[in-house]
Design a protein around this ligand. Structure first.
Ligand SMILES: Cc1cc2nc3c(=O)[nH]c(=O)nc-3n(C[C@H](O)[C@H](O)[C@H](O)COP(=O)(O)OP(=O)(O)OC[C@H]3O[C@@H](n4cnc5c(N)ncnc54)[C@H](O)[C@@H]3O)c2cc1C
Length: 401
């Protein structure tokens, strides 16, 4: 039987990052990964360039049943700390949009850095290796694996979320959590395109491919924070996608509606009334100066308004109603594209039974949960990797003594 101070399950962002930091402190670490390739989510992230952090990370960029939980770990390891690491390796990066940092070259640079840190610090990698059971014997954890049993004083679960099952996602982490008495916040796909029933979406199918900047949010139960995002929206054959919708999807629950302003920052009612006073435009042409032409045409047809009618002949009340419909489009998705397309999992191991400084279980000493398996979900834009690094660093600090 193999022995180690710390067994880490899952060699993704959080697991690799934690492993090297713990091993550097002189503790023996075995890192176990079941998928054929390590860190696949890093490889496919950010279109192959990994949006590895966000300069403006704050706890407000995360959701979870216990919103303050992430504060301590995020404060203990900041985006600047990760940037400093990249600088020591000469990994070049750039800011793309709203504080989102990407590798100049490839996500492989980050994977290379994490793997070489594990190598240099003597982390023992069991890969590929399937685990069949975990149990607690006395003060130890015993992990049964294809390579035989492993004895560990501490167990760190870094198995990530359920999205993209074909590259290694599993519910192992949540099963272990349950086995040791932890509560689970029901997992759901997040940062995911939303879909509509075919009957409802029929009238929008012709708009597939149209994209525009909107302000989107989701109706949320009383007491929850309502967040709105100004980003692009994309019409698809089955529903809505684009960053604005992905962001709102993390807050969406069955039965709740999206509320979308299709002309953010524009007082559209005033603009239409002004156009009526001044211009000889047709209504369709005027609307197409505020919206993509295909959307403008479809919107008017659905409102049974004649696009060729001179705007000067329109009733004020019709223009007001048209403007209001564009400012407050309410649509109720009936589902999402699911785990196959979701970027992350919302929900997971309930943080109310974890220590926020160390990510250690408050029920079982020596058991830790880090990264996406925990009920801390970041917005789109590098926040999820920042959580993976920060939660791993917090756990590593606790295990370094
Ligand atoms: C397409 C896509 C693009 C993304 N782009 C970004 C981005 O640009 N920026 C950003 O911040 N976030 C992005 N994310 C989210 C980000 O990848 C994750 O939040 C992050 O990887 C979570 O880190 P983790 O270590 O917790 O989990 P992961 O990185 O998923 O690692 C978990 C590891 O555990 C392994 N594992 C699972 N079960 C077992 C088991 N039973 N035994 C052994 N090993 C197991 C998995 O194979 C995997 O290697 C993206 C996600 C996707 C799907």
């Amino acid at each position: 039987m193999a022995d180690c101070d710390v067994a880490i399950v899952g060699a993704g962002a959080a697991g690799l990052f934690a492993a090297a930091r713990i091993a550097r402190a002189g503790r023996s670490v075995i890192l176990i990964e079941h998928a054929p390739k390590l860190a696949e989510k890093i490889r496919i992230s950010g279109g192959g360039r990994c949006n590895f952090t966000n300069l403006y990370t704050t706890p407000e960029n995360f959701l979870g049943a216990n919103p303050h939980f992430c504060r301590s770990a995020l404060a203990g390891f900041t985006p600047q700390d990760f940037i400093a690491l990249l600088q020591t390796r000469g990994i070049a990066w750039h800011e793309k949009h709203k504080g989102q940092l990407f590798c100049d070259d490839s996500a492989q640079d980050i994977i290379g850095m994490l793997c070489s840190d594990c190598d240099e610090t003597g982390v023992e990698l069991w890969h590929p290796c399937k685990l069949t059971a975990v149990e607690r014997r006395g003060a130890c954890f015993v992990l049964a694996s294809e390579r035989g049993d492993l004895h560990a004083d501490n167990l760190v679960v870094a198995t990530g979320g359920l999205s993209i099952p074909k590259i290694g996602a599993s519910d192992f982490g949540m099963r272990v959590a349950r086995q040791f008495g932890h509560r689970i916040i029901e997992p759901r796909p997040a940062l995911v395109p939303l879909t509509f029933s075919a009957a409802h979406w029929q009238r929008f199918v012709e708009l597939a491919g149209v994209s525009l900047e909107v302000e989107a949010g989701c109706t949320v139960p009383a007491g929850e924070r309502a967040v709105r995002f100004v980003e692009d929206l994309l019409f698809t054959h089955r529903g809505l996608s684009g960053p604005a919708i992905l962001q709102a999807s993390s807050y969406w629950r069955h039965g709740s509606a999206l509320s979308i302003d299709l002309v953010p920052g524009v007082d559209i009612v005033e603009a239409l009334l002004e156009a009526k006073r001044g211009a000889r435009h047709q209504l369709g042409k005027e609307l197409a100066s505020h919206l993509p032409a295909r959307l403008a045409a479809s919107w008017l047809a659905q409102a049974q308004l004649d696009a060729t009618q001179p705007i000067a002949q329109m009733r004020d009340s019709d223009l007001r109603a048209l403007g209001a419909s564009l400012k407050g489009w309410q649509v109720e998705p009936d589902g999402s594209e699911g785990w196959r397309k979701a970027e992350v999992m919302a929900g997971g191991v309930d943080t109310r039974q974890l220590n926020s400084r160390s990510l250690q279980s408050e029920l079982v000493p020596g058991l830790f949960f880090i990264g996406e398996v925990v009920d801390v979900t970041g917005w789109l834009g590098g926040y999820n990797f920042q959580w993976a690094w920060a939660s791993a660093a917090a756990c590593a600090r606790a295990l370094a003594h």
